[in-house]
Design a protein around this ligand. Structure first.
Ligand code: ATR
Length: 282
């Protein structure tokens, strides 16, 4: 880290545990390459301390913080004001300390997802056809919110635990068809977008069992898993000649609005940044 002045702006990532987080490396790259007088640090906060820790951020002069697992819901409750997007997703991943000492809570995961998709698949048309989303965790909520805002009119949601998918569809509202897990391949027939938000395919987990034969010929397949970068799902889609978008870009893009709010520059996602981050992924 370059030396800091007394005016340095400070932000960080709050999680428990937080040691695995790639965010310090990511923000550190931008701070360094942009020559900004600031720092971004890991902030391990145990669940019993989360409310006090968040409330202390403005008092300590922090510019703000990212919030990761398991604190995204607690951050929603602790923030003084919540963005419409964070409210719709039901989670806060970005806290901004305002000049009046209050805390603004936002969620940039939807932005990260759609920016990554649009960058990786510029020919994808939101209104071209059905999108099938697999999984019903926090990531699925952000992905579906992003798809609705982008103008996707037909969304199918499938999850191993049907009740969780029902909850997500009901919470977000709008035209979301919930499909039993065993029927996911039927729902994929003719779809123009397939998004995996489950943890299947991640290093150490079983691959996602999913034939992509039925997808439309112009379909785009994207995975939020980025370890490995090319999941078995993306490899199969690539082999069929479909456009694929890997999950690393979502992580990189979701970080941009927070960096802008804290340090005053909206940073870019470049090939050099991807290489830098891939080095830490091994
Ligand atoms: P997050 O909130 O971060 O997205 P999560 O709550 O752990 O993470 O969700 C992970 C997703 O992967 C869930 O949709 C989960 O399905 P369930 O809701 O049925 O648990 C899905 N998932 C994990 N392991 C799975 C498996 N072996 N088969 C099918 N889906 C699986």
């Amino acid at each position: 880290m370059s030396s800091l002045s007394g005016n340095a702006k400070i932000a960080g990532v709050i999680g428990w545990p937080v040691a695995h987080s790639l965010s310090p490396r990511l923000h550190g790259y931008w701070l360094r390459t942009l020559g900004i007088d600031g720092a971004y640090i890991p902030l391990p906060v145990a669940p019993e301390n989360i409310f006090d820790a968040i409330k202390a951020l403005p008092k300590l002069g922090f510019a703000g913080a990212n919030v990761t697992v398991p604190h995204k819901q607690a951050a929603l409750e602790a923030a003084d004001e919540i963005s419409e997007t964070a409210n719709r997703i039901g989670a806060v991943n970005t806290l901004i300390c305002k000049s009046d000492g209050s805390l603004f809570g936002d969620n940039t995961d939807a932005f990260g997802f759609i920016e990554n998709l649009k960058t990786g698949a510029p020919a994808w048309q939101p209104d071209a056809g059905r999108a099938l989303v697999l999984g019903a965790g926090g990531a699925a909520r952000a992905v579906i919110t992003a798809l609705i805002d982008a103008g996707v009119t037909e969304i199918c949601l499938s999850n191993r635990t049907l009740a969780r998918a029902d909850d997500v569809a009901q919470y977000i509202g709008g035209n979301i068809a919930v499909v039993p897990w065993d029927d996911r391949e039927d729902a994929a027939r003719g779809a123009t977008l397939l998004v995996n938000t489950t943890s299947l395919g991640m290093v150490g987990k079983t691959p996602l069992q999913m034939s992509i034969r039925g997808l439309a010929d112009n379909a785009v397949v994207t995975d939020i898993v980025y370890t490995p970068l090319q999941t078995p799902l993306l490899a199969a889609a690539h082999a069929r000649g479909l456009t694929t978008v890997d999950g690393l870009g979502m992580l990189l893009h979701q970080a941009r609005p927070g960096f802008d709010a804290w340090f005053g520059v909206l940073p870019d996602v470049t090939d050099d940044l991807r290489h830098h981050m891939l080095k830490s992924l091994g």
